[in-house]
Design a protein around this ligand. Sequence first.
Ligand SMILES: Nc1ncnc2c1ncn2[C@@H]1O[C@H](COP(=O)(O)OP(=O)(O)OP(=O)(O)O)[C@@H](O)[C@H]1O
Ligand SMILES: [Mg+2]
Length: 321
Amino acid sequence: MHRLLRRQLRRLFGDSPTVPEQWQGFVDAVDQAYEQFDEDRNLLERSLDLSSQELMGATTENARLLEETQQARDDAEEANRTKSQFLANMSHELRTPLNAIIGYSEMLQEDAADLENAEFEEDLERINGAGKHLLGLINDVLDISKIEAGAMDIYLETFPIEPMVQDVATTMQTLVEKNSNTLEIDCPDSVGSIHADTTKIRQCLFNLLSNASKFTEQGTISLTVSRDTEDGREWISFAVGDTGIGMTEEQMGRLFEAFAQAEASTRRNYGGTGLGLAITRHFCEMMGGTVLVESEAGKGSKFTMKLPAIVNESLGTTAAD
Ligand SMILES: Nc1ncnc2c1ncn2[C@@H]1O[C@H](COP(=O)(O)OP(=O)(O)OP(=O)(O)O)[C@@H](O)[C@H]1O
Ligand SMILES: [Mg+2]
């Protein structure tokens, strides 16, 4: 008889229980139920035991996988930092001789002009142009590797927007006219000043305006600056529009990634390395802003940089630092 049943009977009928006959059938049934219960419980315990062992195994496996993933991520980040450091060093080494090539070719150009040697002058101009182009590429590679290595600083200062925009427009004029385009500037006095990194904003505007000039022919390029309030903060928008080749939705997908161009044929037809927009977006984000793009294939594009009118001090170093 099951020990629990025996205990119950003892409680009911005294120490040496004699079960009344009419109860016997019922007692046997209860005894069987107790046995069955024990058996079921054992079974349950065994399967619980097995499940918890499996669970422990799975947890250990998960922990191992997590550790492996973290290690792989650390390795990848370290490799990326090493690559960026290497590129930063290399770019620096390349810039020094290139500046010499650019400087000397300019001096020789002047000499050739004095000697009225037109043939030399043309060749020297080509050397100078190629040197400047290469320097531009190296500067971009240096920028992107500095950004990726987390070594790009921003310097904040307050400056009036309109003179800066006019200055950028003057610098870009030759490039705009190269493809017979016209540049329209709309920067009302009311946009006032901005507290941000002036060099970086200029560089972003150069990138956007040079893209607009490159991908537009006999068209109009516009630079529209405005100030508005959103979520209780003031923002300055710099919108660069063009009436050029435009892009499809699909082509717009990866534009802001480093070395990405809309199509494989872009490099062949228009040159470039696909770094301009990646750098522009990084710079805007470093200042707490964004770059937005709207475009229609065959019609034109509009890139809008939106920056806080007062960039948060914690994001950069002030000019006085
Ligand atoms: N205004 C535009 N109109 C049409 N396509 C554009 C325009 N601006 C950018 N794109 C597309 O986006 C791509 C990426 O632009 P990005 O400025 O990053 O690179 P890039 O101009 O090709 O090279 P880089 O700027 O490094 O000289 C371009 O190759 C082009 O396909
Ligand atoms: Mg570009």
